[in-house]
Write a new protein. Structure first.
Length: 302
């Protein structure tokens, strides 16, 4: 079902007509139906409808018209929508704020058009490696189609809540918490990518409810308590190994550059054994996690 506009007019004009019909009904009722002579001295005016054989019919019609117009008066607050239903038939939506006269005897369901947040609870999910992680997110959304929000789903707010948690579980299960060996998308290292995918998947799920997802962000991400300590140790070991790898790569580059500069700039020719000895000394000095103790060789290496 698609949203559409409903007929409406100025509410103050409708209120004025309502008061006119009510006043007319009272005057006709007093002058022609009750025929109470003891009331007339207290009235500042007197309109005689006694010449009308059906004057009380006029009073009844005026009263019904006043009630009919009064039933069509409605107030719409800013950033709110009023879904108008006339005897089970959807007639349209009032999106403008103000005081209006719309279809009489129709029901009006108010729907908020404001931007809202949904903060999910902390969910325990298994990542792609099977590790239990705790994850939570905030979803920023608003209603863009009031007809879908009211008629296509039972409760659109509950629908947003359930679908948000379902999408969060699905996205979290597609990626590892962290990449220890190979490059790739991870929940911890690529939170922006994960958030964009979550927002995209949510938009597909919530489109049926007339809801637009403005933003989705992760608010909590951690290993589950039962494996948190073990995974922390694994992270520390992985960090040490990665650091060692960088150090070795840098050391090899520095040693290679030192030998090339000695042979090229200083015109020093080293045989293979001396190169091996120099490489060994430089690698130990660079890679060692402790400060190197220099040893002066006063003889030859042979």
């Amino acid at each position: 079902m698609q949203e559409k506009r409903v007929w409406k007019t100025n509410g103050y004009l409708g209120l004025l007509l309502t008061l006119v019909f009510f006043l007319l009904a009272v005057i006709v009722f007093v002058n022609t139906v009750m025929e109470a002579s003891y009331i007339r001295p207290f009235l500042s005016f007197s309109i005689n409808f006694s010449f009308l054989p059906w004057g009380w019919y006029l009073a009844a019609v005026s009263l019904l018209l006043g009630i009919t117009l009064a039933s069509g008066l409605t107030i719409v607050q800013p950033n709110m929508g009023a879904v108008v239903v006339f005897f089970g038939d959807y007639k349209g939506t009032i999106r403008e704020s103000g005081f209006f006269l719309t279809l009489p005897f129709s029901s009006r369901k108010k729907v908020s058009l404001r931007v809202r947040n949904f903060n999910s609870a902390k969910l325990k999910v298994n990542d792609v490696d099977g590790n239990p992680v705790e994850i939570a997110a905030v979803v920023v959304f608003k209603v863009i189609d009031t007809a879908k929000a009211v008629f296509d789903v039972e409760d659109y707010e509950k629908f947003v809540e359930i679908q948000s948690e379902t999408a969060l579980r699905h996205v979290a299960s597609k990626y590892p918490y962290d990449n220890f060996v190979e490059e790739g998308t991870s929940l911890r290292g690529n939170s922006d990518v994960v958030a964009k995918e979550l927002a995209s998947e949510l938009q597909e799920r919530l489109q049926v409810a007339g809801v637009e997802v403005l933003e989705a962000r992760l608010t909590h991400l951690a290993y589950a308590t039962e494996i948190a300590q073990a995974m922390l140790q694994r992270q520390q070991v992985s960090a040490i190994l990665a650091a060692r790898q960088k150090i070795v790569e840098g050391a090899v580059s520095m040693v290679q550059m030192a030998i090339e500069r000695l042979e090229k700039d200083a015109n020093i020719s080293l045989d293979e054994e001396r190169k091996a000895q120099m490489i060994n000394n430089l690698m130990v000095a660079i890679v060692s996690d402790r400060s190197a103790q220099p040893v002066i060789n006063t003889g030859t290496i042979y």
